[in-house]
Design a protein around this ligand. Structure first.
Ligand code: ADP
Ligand code: ZN
Ligand code: MG
Length: 480
């Protein structure tokens, strides 16, 4: 990246847990309801009310902890994080400080040279979200408290990332884990996943780090990567020019592609954390942890390895096929019907995903059953139909999801592999085009493409291409 300096990066990700109700009250977490309708005295911070911890929030947090090999604290404490902001009616946020629910995990990424690198997860803690300020008209700001008390987990890495690209890859893997666990809908536009990035630089080989900064307002993984690149270069320029790096929070401006400092006041932190007196510590038994562990799905990194091993897939193919549990399941069902794994993977990646993208569907809505796709692949493999006809049958199946064998029989699509039938046809085609045949004999071997095309036209694409090629080569080489 740079000859002299390297970046040191740590990420803090807030993931909204997809529970039906808020973390300390029974209000709905539904996104998009009219402002201030998902509220009650608890989440509005009225005096004298008491928070009650949502059991699902604890379960989801433990799931995440187990998925990243973290230690689950059997005794975990809530804390008040005090600050004033208009979207925080209580004047404090209930979060965790000491004794978060999970500590010391890791998420693996593949580094540039292809080796696996573990990114340390320092902690995962539970907390409530704040409300939202809406600056709709000039000089008027509205407060929507619907989001107050929506459950979040904050996932904090060690400063283990060494390039903006690694940060991007880490986020991609993190998002996939959240999706597999089905604990967050990972919608960045709706704010279900938010990321703050911390970065400092040092001379390669040195231990000493310069002052770090933090970047906020990052609303896509690409923006995280871009902002880190920007900030890495900005910090290098400062040092090279003999200036100091000021410890501060910057806001990323995606339109201008630059990060600008937040106003000083907004970032003065003195949260004065103290234990939340209204909530007892969360006690988690080993039995409960075991029970949750048993409910975990196969995680993306394991599925990835297994796909490569069991189906002899390339890393590239495996990565695409495991990009959702449902897609991976579909693929595995196809592979129960056919042993042509590579071919199944090709059909999935080119044809199936193309169809899904064009129709804006996901795999659970795909009209063709995996059994029928598997059968279709077998029909091509055993020469019953040509690959080209296979594509046509595939399209018929979009509308009917009928057995491909039935479609082939009913529509008369069987591949023509009958030698004598093809020979007669090829002889007559050669006879009709003596000049092209002569061209071929004079060394212009490319002309064979023209003849193949003619045979295919005559047979509506049903001729066995290998056979046609073989016959044409034989017959054309023979002098008349
Ligand atoms: P604080 O208590 O100031 O919030 P933390 O130790 O909790 O700091 O770290 C917050 C985030 O900053 C973590 O993701 C961590 O990895 C990252 N971080 C810590 N030190 C550095 C550094 N020198 N350079 C870049 N990131 C850092
Ligand atoms: Zn409420
Ligand atoms: Mg911190």
């Amino acid at each position: 990246m740079h000859e002299i300096y390297e970046p040191v990066i740590g990420l803090e990700v807030h993931a909204q847990l997809s529970t039906k109700t808020k973390i300390f009250c029974a209000c709905s977490t539904k996104f998009g309801n009219p402002p201030n309708t998902n509220v009650c005295p608890v989440c509005l911070g009225h005096p004298g009310v008491l928070p009650v911890l949502n059991k699902k929030v604890v379960e989801y947090s433990i799931k995440m902890g187990l998925a990243v090999d973290a230690k689950i604290n059997s005794h975990s404490v809530f804390a008040r994080k005090n600050y004033f902001y208009p979207d925080l009616p209580k004047g404090y946020q209930i979060s965790q400080f000491e004794l978060p629910i999970c500590e010391n995990g890791k998420i693996d990424i593949t580094s540039q040279d292809g080796s696996i690198k573990s990114i340390g997860i320092k902690r995962i803690h539970m907390e409530e979200d704040a409300g939202k300020l809406i600056h709709e008209r000039d000089n008027e700001t509205f407060i929507d408290a619907n989001r107050c008390g929506v459950p979040l987990i904050e996932i904090v890495t060690e400063p283990d990332l060494r390039s903006p690209k690694e940060a991007y890859d880490y986020l991609t893997n993190l998002k996939l884990i959240l999706t597999y666990l089905d604990i967050c809908d990972v919608n960045m536009e709706e704010g279900s996943l938010r990321c703050d990035a911390n970065i400092s630089i040092r001379k390669k080989g040195d231990k000493k780090l310069y002052t770090r900064t933090e970047i906020k307002n990052l609303n896509s993984f690409r923006n995280v990567e871009k902002a880190l690149e920007f900030e890495f270069n900005r910090q290098i320029d400062l040092i090279e020019n003999g200036e100091d790096i000021v410890q501060q929070t910057l806001l990323w401006n995606a339109d201008l592609n630059e990060a600008t400092p937040m106003r000083g006041k907004e970032e003065a932190h003195d949260y004065r954390y103290f234990p939340e007196p209204d909530l007892v510590p969360a006690k988690i038994s080993n039995d409960r942890i075991d029970e949750i562990e048993k409910s975990l799905p196969e995680l993306p990194s394991l599925k990835f390895e297994r796909f490569i091993k069991n189906y002899s897939l390339s890393k590239y193919d495996a990565e695409i096929l495991i990009s959702s549990i449902e897609l991976a399941d579909y693929f595995e069902k196809v592979c129960k019907t056919t042993n042509e794994f590579k071919s199944a993977s090709n059909w999935m990646i080119s044809e199936v995903l193309k169809y899904l993208n064009e129709h804006k569907l996901d795999i659970t809505q795909f009209p063709i059953s995996p059994e029928h796709l598997g059968k279709l692949i077998n029909l091509i493999k055993d020469g019953t139909i040509s690959g080209k006809i296979g594509k046509d049958v595939f399209e018929f199946m979009f509308n009917s999801d009928e057995d491909p064998e039935k479609i082939v029989n009913e529509k008369g699509l069987l591949q023509i592999s009958d030698l004598s039938e093809l020979e007669v046809m090829i002889d007559s085609i050669i006879a009709k085009h003596p000049k092209d045949a002569e061209d071929y004999r004079n060394g212009n071997k490319k002309v064979i493409g023209f003849f193949v095309g003619q045979v295919m036209r005559e047979t509506n694409g049903k001729a066995n291409p290998q056979l046609v090629n073989k016959l044409l080569t034989e017959k054309l080489s023979r002098s008349i």
